[in-house]
Structures are given as C-alpha cells and as structure tokens.
Write a protein that binds this ligand. Structure first.
Ligand SMILES: *Cc1c(COP(=O)(O)O)cnc(C)c1O
Length: 432
C-alpha cells in the first residue's frame, strides 16, 4: 500500500499533485511520501509483535537524511555500510546504540570512527576483519560489540547481483567455520561477542530461503551458547521483496515474515534485529520525468524521457521492471500502444522498458516511475554530465526539497585544471 493515487485526474503524493511539484522544481525528480514510509515501518514493527526487536533501516536503500530522520522519529535504528552512511544516520538523529555496521570491507579508519561514536554492533564478515577490529578497538580504548555474519549457503532465488547467502558469494563466514571464528573472537582483546548476523540477499519473493537460513541461525545459537558464548542478539538482515508490478504474484507479507521469525528463532529469548531497506523505502518513492520526444523508429516507437539510467539504474543494472504511469490519468478505455521508454544517455542500456503499453503522450507530459524509493537516488551518478536530480518529500499537503539539484557551476566547479595546464598557454599545433 502506498500513498501515490490519482485524485481529480492527477497523480498525487498524499495530498500534493505531482504536477505541482514538477512546476516548482522541474523534472526529473524523486518524490517520497512520509505517510508511506511511516506505514511500512509500522507494518514491520507490528509484524514482530511481542518479540524484543529493533528495526535498523538499511540506509543504503535510501540515504537522504530526511528519510532516515522520518524513520528515526518512529524508533528506527540504522544498518550502515560505510562511514558516510554512519555520518548520515547520526545527522538524522539515530541513536548510536541503534546503529549496526555491515559490509565486507570496513577500513580501519571507518572502524575507529564508528567505535568513537559508540555504535551498537559491528557485523564482522571475516577472521581478518575481526583481527583488524580488535587492533583498532585496543588502540581506541573502546571495546567493539560484534556479531559474526554467517553465510548459511542458501539460495535466495533472487537476481544474481543481489544474492549474498551462497557459499560462493563474498559475504560472511561459512557456517562450518563459525565455531572456530567465535572462539577466536572470544579470545581477542577489545572484542565483545553479542550475537549472530545473517543477510542472504535482496528482493526475495519467497519465505523459504529466509526460513532455511534462520533455522541454521537457531541451531548455531544453541551450539554457540553451549560453548559459552553470549548470543543475545540475532540480526536477521533485510531482503524482503516488494511488488514492482500490480499484477504479478505478491511477495510475502511482513506479517507472515514476522510469524516465520517467531517460529524459527522466537524461543531463543534473543533481541531480534532486522535490516529492511527496500520494503520500507521502495514503494514510498516515485521518479517523475517529462517526455522530450515521441520518436517513430523503424517498426518501433520510442518515448524519450528527460530521466535516464544515471538517475535510475535499476532497469539497466538488474533488468528491473518499474511501472511507469502518466501523471495525468488517462481516459478510461483509451487506446494504448507499445513503446520503448528510454532516456537520453548515449547507451542502448539506457532503456527503462521495451514494448510497454502506454497511452499517447506528448512532449512535456509527465510520467511517474513507481517503486523508485529504494536503490534509486542513492545509485544515481552524473554520467553524461547530467546533474543529480532533486529529492522531494511530501507530508500531507506539504512538500519540501530535501536535496536540491546542483547547478552546472557547482557540478563542473569540482573539477580542477592542474597547474601545468593552467600556466602554459596552449601552443598552436603545426599542421602535418
Ligand atoms: C542491502 C542490505 C540490506 C537491505 O536489503 P533490502 O533488500 O533493501 O531489505 C540489509 N542488510 C545488509 C547487510 C545489506 O547489505
């Protein structure tokens, strides 16, 4: 459920017409809905019911400080994967003890910074990282609460680029090595074992892989406790998928996911941490773009938009489907025609949809990409020297720009001409 609906023939974010935002900020832009973010957070919170739990929003899905702050107000923690994300979470007011630090390649500098801020948990992904963290903790004089990320070797049945729980993936410590790695952790100075962490992938559309992984975590919890380790927290990662189309079969509901958590690890009396990103932010955002041309090709027609793969890379990167709808509601029964929906970037990969049935759209008309709130703005680049597009958040009948579009001067002004080019005037080249 989201709050992007047609009212009086125009697509709105809550009570604000997307066309009004377009008139104010120009296209393309991202627009998020506060009510939808809040609703998704609460759905998770209720799904975990009576279990002691913390929902750590995976900041990499949408790292705008306003979005993190919206969730922090409701009690969310943060799952972060870099010092930059940690700084964003802190700037948004997330209490440090509710921050968990994930990722296979934390640097010593990042570890030291995180230790001094007092974050709640490091999700450690290797013996090598454990040793580095121990050294940094001793140097810093702050002990590091850790969970080892275990790799349960389950097939998440999702896109290969976002499956992380198979033994061939770079993530986590193999289950078979868990016992010895925990023993090593217990013996290292500056390391305090607090739990176990697992994350098997993103955009999962079935519960079974989660259930298999969590059962393995439950078994491991019992055997580690028997070996004398303090396993108080179970961090079960993120990854629950969202419906990207209105038609295809729906991914599991958070309620059923919560019941499955209760069933698999509920009797262990552990504090449950989950790290949802996409499910909270995905359907809480749209990307609004204008039609530049409707070009007739040989046997195909192309809708060329002002948004491109640099603004929303998911179709090019993951073959992802986004519903793309006109902002002005089409007349009922209007004839649609198949079009390829593309951006202006000089790559064939800059294609959002092929043969998509769309009502006729003229230059200047607006379209909205649904489900663009996660892995959208955060993955944007300035490829083709296209400025990063603005982000806007709506709350009821109000909206505010939460990241402005940079000017060309700001964008190009980051480059520097080196001294040797600045000093010597270019010599005219002799003709050959
Ligand atoms: C990406 C990621 C998440 C969030 O995944 P979603 O599919 O967005 O819920 C959570 N935890 C870790 C460790 C991640 O890498």
């Amino acid at each position: 459920m989201d709050h992007f609906l047609y009212h009086d023939g125009t697509l709105h974010a809550e009570q604000v017409a997307l066309s009004d935002i377009a008139a104010a900020v120009g296209t393309p832009f991202y627009c998020y809905s506060t009510a939808t973010l809040e609703r998704h957070f609460r759905v998770f919170d209720e799904a975990l019911g009576e279990l002691a739990h913390t929902i750590c929003f995976a900041v990499k899905a949408n790292s705008n400080v306003a979005v993190i702050a919206t969730l922090a107000r409701l009690g969310a923690g943060a799952d972060i994967v870099s010092e930059g994300e940690l700084r964003r979470a802190l700037a948004a007011g997330v209490p440090p003890q509710k921050i968990v630090f994930s990722g296979v390649g934390k640097t010593r500098e990042e570890m030291a910074f995180a230790l001094t801020t007092g974050i709640g948990q490091f999700n450690v992904e290797s013996a090598e990282e454990l040793e580095a963290l121990s050294c940094v903790a001793v140097e810093t004089g702050v002990s590091a609460p850790i969970a080892l990320r275990v790799n349960p070797d389950v097939d998440a049945k999702t896109h290969a680029k976002i499956a992380t729980g198979k033994s061939e993936n770079k993530f986590g410590v193999p289950m078979a090595r868990a016992a010895e790695t925990y023993a090593m952790a217990a013996a290292l100075p500056g390391i305090e074992v607090v739990g176990i962490d697992v994350h098997i992938g993103s955009q999962l559309t079935e519960l079974a892989p989660f259930e298999a992984a969590f059962n393995r975590v439950a078994d491991l919890t019992r055997s580690l406790r028997a070996a004398g380790h303090r396993i108080e927290r179970l961090d079960l990662g993120g990854g629950l998928g969202i419906p990207y189309t209105r038609s295809n079969d729906a991914p599991p509901l958070p309620f059923d996911y919560g019941a499955m958590i209760e069933r698999t690890v509920g009797d262990l009396d552990a504090h449950i941490v989950i790290e949802p990103g996409r499910l909270i932010a995905g359907n809480a955002g749209v990307l609004v773009s204008s039609v530049i041309y409707h070009k007739q090709g040989e046997g195909r027609s192309f809708l060329i938009l002002d948004a491109a793969m640099n603004d929303l890379v998911r179709p090019a990167m993951y073959d992802a489907w986004h519903d793309i709808v006109p902002v002005i509601e089409p007349e009922p029964g209007i004839e649609t025609l198949p079009v390829d929906i593309v951006g202006p970037v000089c790559e064939t990969g800059d294609t959002f949809a092929k043969g998509r049935e769309m009502p006729p759209l003229r230059p200047g008309e607006l379209v909205a990409f649904r489900s663009a709130g996660a892995y959208g703005a955060v993955m944007a680049s300035e490829y083709n020297t296209r400025p990063l597009i603005p982000e806007v958040i709506v709350n009821g009948n109000r909206f505010e720009v939460i990241r402005a579009r940079p000017t060309y001067a700001e964008m190009i002004g980051r480059d520097r001409i080196p001294d040797w080019l600045a000093q010597e005037p270019a010599e005219p080249q002799p003709a050959t």
